[in-house]
Design a protein around this ligand. Structure first.
Ligand code: KG4
Ligand code: ZN
Length: 336
């Protein structure tokens, strides 16, 4: 009698910015995946500086990563000996911060004698949605976070064609900056969303950005300027929030739908921190395309998404990464 093939437990580490993330994913022999644990330590040390201090981020990752790993293993009910593969983000991100997770992951993989996968941060964001649906190309992927606003066409496994990107700020960055301007707190996304419920979206005029463009780029500088001028003129913070959120959501959804039509895609993956936005989710739900979002806790930076990307790489038969793989600050995902 032959034993049933065992699942593989994959560990994922992300230390690309100011979150120390460790997640564990179970990959069944039929390729289906399940998130067993997802632990994130969000660094608060940066709040006093109004932005992420790279050197402090690296040091905090070093101090926290052991405890975050312990927490993830306990949550999954596993020990390190159960792990079948280890993955870590190699880029893009802050090099010093990336190095902590990357070196930790390589060391762990080597000590355990299991394969190591270096993962691309944006591929991680995209595969975060694999926890909710069986992600099979072709599809369009909108990655909207504090650092990225990228639209990729994914015609087949591992192939990413950049069809649009922001020309200035990332979407999340615009949420953060406008929240700060209006005194709504940090992080700005959830703060804007919360305030918007009490505001009048018609009180402050926000013109749709890049009207008439043939391509699929994004821009948030015009919305930011409109918010600044309205703030100076005495607009209420909740009205600013409501007007900006509606304009940003319409712009993101409208551009993505045009791209989906142009590329002939019926499925759109929406991921990254801003994908947690309720108004954005509702607008996509009513848009007619099949919109796939990551599950709870998987929108913002985390380790489980890196394990999910590695599970997909494993499934596609991609070879593990050499231990010589280094950290890279700037790493475009598109390969066409
Ligand atoms: O993916 P993420 O954790 O970090 C990067 O890789 O950048 O995204 C963080 C961003 C922040 O800018 C935050 O304000 C935004 O995601 N965000 C949101 C919401 N929750 C987080 N933006 C809009 N609505 C939300 N509910
Ligand atoms: Zn991210």
């Amino acid at each position: 009698m032959s034993a049933r093939p065992a699942p593989t437990y994959l560990l994922g580490i992300d230390t690309s910015c100011d979150d120390t993330g460790v997640g564990i994913v179970e990959r069944a022999p039929d390729g289906s995946v399940r998130v067993l644990a997802n632990r994130v330590w969000s660094q608060t040390v940066h709040a006093q500086y109004g932005g992420v201090m790279p050197e402090l981020a690296s040091r905090e990752h070093v101090e926290r990563i052991d405890a975050v790993l312990e927490g993830a293993l306990a949550e999954a009910g596993l020990t390190v000996r159960d792990l079948g593969a280890v993955a870590a983000t190699s880029g893009p991100g802050l090099v010093g911060a990336l190095l902590v997770g990357l070196m930790y992951g390589k060391g762990l993989a080597q000590a355990l004698g299991v394969p190591f996968y270096a993962a691309h941060h944006l591929e991680g964001h995209i595969f975060a949605a694999a926890s909710e649906a069986d992600l099979r190309p072709p599809y369009l992927a909108l990655v909207v976070s504090g650092g990225h606003t990228h639209l990729f066409d994914v015609p087949q496994d591992g192939e990413y064609v950049l069809v649009g990107a922001t020309r200035d700020d990332a979407a999340g960055e615009a949420f953060d900056k406008i929240a700060r301007l209006a005194g709504l707190g940090y992080p700005g996304g959830p703060a804007i969303s919360e305030a918007a419920r009490r505001g009048d979206p018609d009180a402050v005029p926000f013109k749709a950005p890049l009207q008439g463009q043939k391509g699929f780029d994004f821009s948030f500088s015009g919305l930011k300027t409109a918010a600044l001028l309205a703030h100076r003129a005495g607009a209420r913070p909740e009205d600013l929030a409501a007007g900006f959120e509606r304009a940003a959501v319409r712009f993101l959804v409208g551009t993505t739908l045009r791209a989906a039509q142009a590329c002939g895609r019926a499925t759109v993956v929406v991921s990254g921190g801003v994908a947690a936005n309720r108004a954005l989710r509702e607008a996509f739900a009513q848009s007619g395309v099949q919109a796939v979002f990551p599950g709870s806790g998987l929108n913002t930076d985390n380790g489980a998404m890196i394990a999910l990307a590695a599970a997909a790489a494993l499934g596609a038969g991609r070879p593990p990464s050499p231990l010589s793989e280094g950290a890279v600050a700037y790493a475009p995902l598109a390969n066409a």
